[in-house]
Design a protein around this ligand. Structure first.
Ligand code: ADP
Ligand code: AMP
Length: 214
Protein backbone atom coordinates (compact mmCIF):
# COMPACT_ATOMS: atom_id res chain seq x y z
CA UNK A 1 0.00 0.00 0.00
CA UNK A 2 1.34 3.44 -0.96
CA UNK A 3 -0.05 6.51 0.76
CA UNK A 4 0.47 10.27 1.04
CA UNK A 5 0.10 12.29 4.25
CA UNK A 6 -0.88 15.81 3.32
CA UNK A 7 -0.87 18.72 5.74
CA UNK A 8 1.02 21.87 6.75
CA UNK A 9 4.22 21.86 8.80
CA UNK A 10 3.39 20.69 12.31
CA UNK A 11 0.19 18.89 11.27
CA UNK A 12 1.62 15.68 12.71
CA UNK A 13 2.68 13.91 9.50
CA UNK A 14 5.99 12.62 10.86
CA UNK A 15 4.46 11.59 14.19
CA UNK A 16 1.73 9.59 12.47
CA UNK A 17 3.99 8.20 9.71
CA UNK A 18 6.16 6.52 12.37
CA UNK A 19 3.09 4.96 13.96
CA UNK A 20 1.76 3.74 10.59
CA UNK A 21 5.20 2.30 9.82
CA UNK A 22 4.97 0.19 12.97
CA UNK A 23 1.33 -0.78 12.56
CA UNK A 24 1.31 -1.48 8.84
CA UNK A 25 4.91 -2.26 7.88
CA UNK A 26 5.10 0.64 5.43
CA UNK A 27 8.21 2.80 5.07
CA UNK A 28 8.17 6.54 5.84
CA UNK A 29 9.66 8.65 3.04
CA UNK A 30 10.17 12.18 4.35
CA UNK A 31 11.70 14.54 1.80
CA UNK A 32 12.45 16.94 4.68
CA UNK A 33 14.52 14.23 6.45
CA UNK A 34 16.29 13.35 3.19
CA UNK A 35 17.13 17.00 2.49
CA UNK A 36 18.37 17.58 6.07
CA UNK A 37 20.62 14.53 5.70
CA UNK A 38 21.94 15.96 2.42
CA UNK A 39 22.61 19.34 4.07
CA UNK A 40 24.40 17.63 6.99
CA UNK A 41 26.50 15.58 4.55
CA UNK A 42 27.39 18.71 2.55
CA UNK A 43 26.41 16.97 -0.71
CA UNK A 44 25.59 18.82 -3.93
CA UNK A 45 21.85 18.40 -3.24
CA UNK A 46 22.39 19.67 0.30
CA UNK A 47 24.26 22.74 -0.88
CA UNK A 48 21.44 23.59 -3.27
CA UNK A 49 18.75 23.12 -0.61
CA UNK A 50 20.39 24.66 2.48
CA UNK A 51 19.49 28.33 2.15
CA UNK A 52 15.96 27.80 0.86
CA UNK A 53 15.21 25.45 3.75
CA UNK A 54 16.62 27.88 6.31
CA UNK A 55 14.35 30.60 4.93
CA UNK A 56 11.25 28.37 4.98
CA UNK A 57 10.77 28.24 1.20
CA UNK A 58 10.40 25.20 -1.02
CA UNK A 59 13.40 23.69 -2.78
CA UNK A 60 13.07 23.12 -6.51
CA UNK A 61 10.60 20.58 -7.83
CA UNK A 62 13.30 19.04 -9.99
CA UNK A 63 15.52 18.34 -7.01
CA UNK A 64 12.90 16.66 -4.80
CA UNK A 65 11.35 14.71 -7.68
CA UNK A 66 14.82 13.28 -8.43
CA UNK A 67 15.28 12.27 -4.78
CA UNK A 68 11.89 10.53 -4.60
CA UNK A 69 12.30 8.83 -7.97
CA UNK A 70 15.54 7.21 -6.80
CA UNK A 71 14.21 6.37 -3.34
CA UNK A 72 11.09 4.50 -4.48
CA UNK A 73 13.24 2.16 -6.56
CA UNK A 74 14.98 0.84 -3.44
CA UNK A 75 14.22 -2.67 -2.17
CA UNK A 76 12.91 -1.73 1.27
CA UNK A 77 9.91 0.23 -0.04
CA UNK A 78 8.58 -2.34 -2.48
CA UNK A 79 5.84 -3.46 -0.05
CA UNK A 80 4.61 0.09 0.46
CA UNK A 81 5.53 3.61 1.52
CA UNK A 82 4.17 6.67 3.27
CA UNK A 83 5.06 9.94 1.56
CA UNK A 84 5.55 12.61 4.24
CA UNK A 85 6.16 16.13 2.91
CA UNK A 86 5.99 15.14 -0.75
CA UNK A 87 4.37 16.16 -3.05
CA UNK A 88 4.24 19.83 -2.04
CA UNK A 89 3.33 21.44 -5.38
CA UNK A 90 1.00 20.52 -8.22
CA UNK A 91 4.06 19.99 -10.44
CA UNK A 92 5.42 17.46 -7.91
CA UNK A 93 2.05 15.68 -7.79
CA UNK A 94 1.94 15.46 -11.58
CA UNK A 95 5.51 14.15 -11.67
CA UNK A 96 4.63 11.57 -9.01
CA UNK A 97 1.72 10.33 -11.14
CA UNK A 98 4.11 9.84 -14.06
CA UNK A 99 6.75 8.15 -11.88
CA UNK A 100 4.28 5.73 -10.33
CA UNK A 101 2.89 4.80 -13.75
CA UNK A 102 6.39 4.23 -15.16
CA UNK A 103 7.28 2.05 -12.19
CA UNK A 104 3.91 0.18 -12.27
CA UNK A 105 3.02 1.36 -8.78
CA UNK A 106 -0.27 2.54 -7.40
CA UNK A 107 -1.29 5.35 -5.08
CA UNK A 108 -3.90 3.99 -2.68
CA UNK A 109 -4.96 6.91 -0.51
CA UNK A 110 -4.11 10.52 0.31
CA UNK A 111 -4.87 11.46 3.92
CA UNK A 112 -5.35 15.18 4.46
CA UNK A 113 -4.71 16.28 8.06
CA UNK A 114 -6.94 19.27 8.71
CA UNK A 115 -5.44 21.69 11.25
CA UNK A 116 -5.64 25.37 12.16
CA UNK A 117 -2.64 27.62 11.54
CA UNK A 118 -2.21 29.30 14.93
CA UNK A 119 -1.71 26.17 17.07
CA UNK A 120 0.89 24.96 14.57
CA UNK A 121 3.34 27.65 15.70
CA UNK A 122 3.27 26.21 19.24
CA UNK A 123 3.54 22.65 17.93
CA UNK A 124 6.60 23.43 15.86
CA UNK A 125 8.46 25.69 18.26
CA UNK A 126 8.00 23.01 20.98
CA UNK A 127 9.17 20.13 18.79
CA UNK A 128 12.26 18.02 19.45
CA UNK A 129 13.50 14.73 18.07
CA UNK A 130 15.70 12.00 19.51
CA UNK A 131 18.99 12.30 17.65
CA UNK A 132 19.61 8.60 18.18
CA UNK A 133 16.38 6.90 17.02
CA UNK A 134 14.34 9.73 15.47
CA UNK A 135 11.39 9.51 17.90
CA UNK A 136 9.49 12.80 17.98
CA UNK A 137 8.63 14.78 21.12
CA UNK A 138 6.92 18.00 22.17
CA UNK A 139 7.69 20.18 25.20
CA UNK A 140 4.03 20.13 26.22
CA UNK A 141 2.08 17.62 24.11
CA UNK A 142 4.44 14.65 24.05
CA UNK A 143 7.01 14.67 26.83
CA UNK A 144 9.23 11.65 27.46
CA UNK A 145 8.13 9.55 30.46
CA UNK A 146 11.49 10.29 32.15
CA UNK A 147 12.74 13.83 31.57
CA UNK A 148 15.73 13.97 29.24
CA UNK A 149 15.51 10.29 28.27
CA UNK A 150 14.04 8.97 25.01
CA UNK A 151 11.13 6.57 25.69
CA UNK A 152 12.07 4.44 22.74
CA UNK A 153 15.86 4.04 22.89
CA UNK A 154 16.91 5.61 26.21
CA UNK A 155 19.29 8.14 24.63
CA UNK A 156 19.55 11.69 26.00
CA UNK A 157 20.19 13.44 22.69
CA UNK A 158 17.14 15.66 22.06
CA UNK A 159 17.59 17.85 19.00
CA UNK A 160 15.74 20.86 17.60
CA UNK A 161 15.57 21.80 13.94
CA UNK A 162 17.16 25.08 12.90
CA UNK A 163 14.02 25.99 10.89
CA UNK A 164 11.65 25.38 13.84
CA UNK A 165 11.58 29.05 14.87
CA UNK A 166 8.51 31.26 14.70
CA UNK A 167 9.69 33.44 11.81
CA UNK A 168 10.56 30.50 9.55
CA UNK A 169 7.38 28.65 10.51
CA UNK A 170 5.34 31.62 9.29
CA UNK A 171 7.14 31.49 5.91
CA UNK A 172 6.58 27.73 5.75
CA UNK A 173 2.87 28.23 6.38
CA UNK A 174 2.68 30.82 3.57
CA UNK A 175 4.43 28.33 1.26
CA UNK A 176 1.93 25.67 2.33
CA UNK A 177 -1.14 27.76 1.61
CA UNK A 178 0.15 29.11 -1.70
CA UNK A 179 1.80 26.03 -3.15
CA UNK A 180 0.68 22.88 -1.32
CA UNK A 181 -2.97 23.46 -0.35
CA UNK A 182 -4.06 23.21 -4.04
CA UNK A 183 -3.22 19.50 -3.78
CA UNK A 184 -6.40 19.00 -1.75
CA UNK A 185 -8.38 19.78 -4.92
CA UNK A 186 -5.93 17.85 -7.09
CA UNK A 187 -6.38 14.64 -5.11
CA UNK A 188 -10.05 15.34 -4.39
CA UNK A 189 -10.68 14.90 -8.10
CA UNK A 190 -9.01 11.46 -8.09
CA UNK A 191 -11.41 10.10 -5.46
CA UNK A 192 -8.43 9.06 -3.31
CA UNK A 193 -8.59 11.88 -0.77
CA UNK A 194 -9.67 11.23 2.82
CA UNK A 195 -9.73 14.11 5.30
CA UNK A 196 -9.29 13.76 9.05
CA UNK A 197 -9.24 16.13 12.02
CA UNK A 198 -5.58 16.73 12.95
CA UNK A 199 -6.42 18.91 15.96
CA UNK A 200 -7.40 16.03 18.27
CA UNK A 201 -4.99 14.12 20.52
CA UNK A 202 -2.14 12.19 18.85
CA UNK A 203 -3.67 8.77 19.69
CA UNK A 204 -7.04 9.80 18.26
CA UNK A 205 -5.43 10.95 14.99
CA UNK A 206 -3.66 7.57 14.76
CA UNK A 207 -6.96 5.73 15.32
CA UNK A 208 -8.66 7.73 12.54
CA UNK A 209 -5.79 6.98 10.16
CA UNK A 210 -5.67 3.27 10.93
CA UNK A 211 -9.41 3.15 10.40
CA UNK A 212 -8.95 4.56 6.88
CA UNK A 213 -6.10 2.15 6.14
CA UNK A 214 -7.85 -0.98 7.41
P1 ADP B 1 4.97 17.43 10.72
O1 ADP B 1 5.76 16.18 10.42
O2 ADP B 1 3.63 17.44 10.04
O3 ADP B 1 5.74 18.69 10.47
P2 ADP B 1 5.23 16.53 13.50
O4 ADP B 1 4.68 15.13 13.42
O5 ADP B 1 6.70 16.66 13.61
O6 ADP B 1 4.65 17.42 12.28
O7 ADP B 1 4.51 17.25 14.73
C1 ADP B 1 4.91 18.57 15.13
C2 ADP B 1 4.94 18.65 16.66
O8 ADP B 1 3.59 18.59 17.15
C3 ADP B 1 5.70 17.52 17.34
O9 ADP B 1 6.41 18.06 18.44
C4 ADP B 1 4.61 16.55 17.78
O10 ADP B 1 4.98 15.85 18.97
C5 ADP B 1 3.42 17.46 18.01
N1 ADP B 1 2.14 16.87 17.62
C6 ADP B 1 1.90 16.05 16.55
N2 ADP B 1 0.59 15.72 16.48
C7 ADP B 1 -0.02 16.35 17.53
C8 ADP B 1 -1.38 16.40 18.02
N3 ADP B 1 -2.37 15.73 17.40
N4 ADP B 1 -1.60 17.16 19.11
C9 ADP B 1 -0.59 17.84 19.74
N5 ADP B 1 0.68 17.83 19.33
C10 ADP B 1 0.98 17.09 18.25
P1 AMP C 1 9.68 19.21 6.45
O1 AMP C 1 10.66 18.34 7.17
O2 AMP C 1 8.67 18.41 5.65
O3 AMP C 1 9.04 20.23 7.35
O4 AMP C 1 10.53 20.03 5.36
C1 AMP C 1 11.55 20.92 5.74
C2 AMP C 1 11.94 21.79 4.57
O5 AMP C 1 12.48 20.97 3.51
C3 AMP C 1 10.79 22.55 3.90
O6 AMP C 1 10.50 23.78 4.59
C4 AMP C 1 11.35 22.77 2.49
O7 AMP C 1 12.32 23.81 2.47
C5 AMP C 1 12.10 21.47 2.24
N1 AMP C 1 11.23 20.45 1.60
C6 AMP C 1 10.84 19.24 2.12
N2 AMP C 1 10.08 18.57 1.26
C7 AMP C 1 9.96 19.35 0.15
C8 AMP C 1 9.27 19.22 -1.09
N3 AMP C 1 8.54 18.12 -1.37
N4 AMP C 1 9.38 20.24 -1.98
C9 AMP C 1 10.11 21.32 -1.72
N5 AMP C 1 10.77 21.53 -0.58
C10 AMP C 1 10.71 20.55 0.36
Amino acid sequence: MNIILLGPPGAGKGTQAKRIEEAKGLVQLSTGDMLRAAVAAGSEVGMKAKEVMAAGGLVSDELVIGIISDRIDEDDVQDGFILDGFPRTVAQAEALDVLLKEKSKNLDVVIEMQVEDDPLIKRITGRSTCGSCGEGYHDEFKKPAVEGKCDKCGANDFQRRADDNEETVRSRLVAYHEQTAPLVDYYGKTGKLKSIDGMVAIDDVTAAMLDILS
